[in-house]
Design a protein around this ligand. Sequence first.
Ligand code: 3HC
Length: 302
Amino acid sequence: MDFQATIDADGRIEPRDAMPDGYRKTLIRQIAQHAHSEIIGMQPEGNWISRAPSLRRKAILMAKVQDEAGHGLYLYAAAETLGVDRADLLDLLHSGRQKYSSIFNYPTLTWADIGAIGWLVDGAAIVNQVPLCRCSYGPYARAMVRVCKEESFHQRQGFEILYTLCNGTPEQKAMAQDALDRWWWPSLMMFGPPDTASTHSEQSMAWGIKRHSNDELRQRFVDMTVPQADVLGLRVPDDGLVYEDGHYRFTEPDYTELYDVVKGNGPCNQGRLAHRVKAHEDGAWVREAAAAYAAKKEARAA
Ligand code: 3HC
């Protein structure tokens, strides 16, 4: 079946199928940036593994950060089915020619931030990634099914951290409120610019890559999250929030901040990229050893 007929029938495009260059290009763009986000996203949380308040919290956080590495690997593998090499994608990330989600350019100042990231950032990721399980490109959709199963654990453990703090001392509750105040707006920005300013949405939706618009998913996230903040006894930092006809009307985020952070002017952009490049360089010996072993094995087999 030809490409458009497959898309029209809501079918799956597989790596060996004929596809428009633009379809391949936008998928490489999105999947690569998604993979980069997973890998860079390990840093803000990784900073707290050695400072987790208990062995249980440390074990959970280690498992989550390891999961994110795995999500990155699934996604680099999905991108490689489109004919790109992950080493080239990493070069594009390290040289600033490809980016990662704005959300990972904010600092994790207290332990409550680790709860806010699990609850809000992974919560937003679930809202964004569940529809991607139905993406028209097979390898991306299948990678998302596995990722979403693990995200649910990520979101629950974050919520549990905040629930514990909110039912602890007044200082602990205040720490949770401070984290919500700092992570709320950047989490809304994760869904991208407003639909009126989205450059890719129309074509991505026509190709069945994007199933819902940025604003639709942002609204879905707010509707899901505000009642959870009520259970925590925390106040969402939006004076314009009001429940009306089954939805929470909310104040639009300041998108100039999103564009500024994407441009590289967020609180942590330089540090995140420098840390990533150093980790890549420090790991060169592992790649060289693996390549030498593979070459020797191949020579023996020949
Ligand atoms: N951060 C960085 N760049 C962003 C952004 C954000 N929050 N939101 C939008 N952009 C960029 C887009 O990449 C695009 O720029 P580009 O042409 O250079 O790629 C531009 O802003 C215009 O935005 P569009 O809405 O037109 O772009 P998309 O159609 O690609 O929609 C998206 C943006 C919704 C983020 C979409 O790319 C997407 O769904 N990506 C897959 C999911 C993803 O990457 N999530 C990031 C977080 S991963 C995560 O949270 C992991 C969890 O385990 C913690």
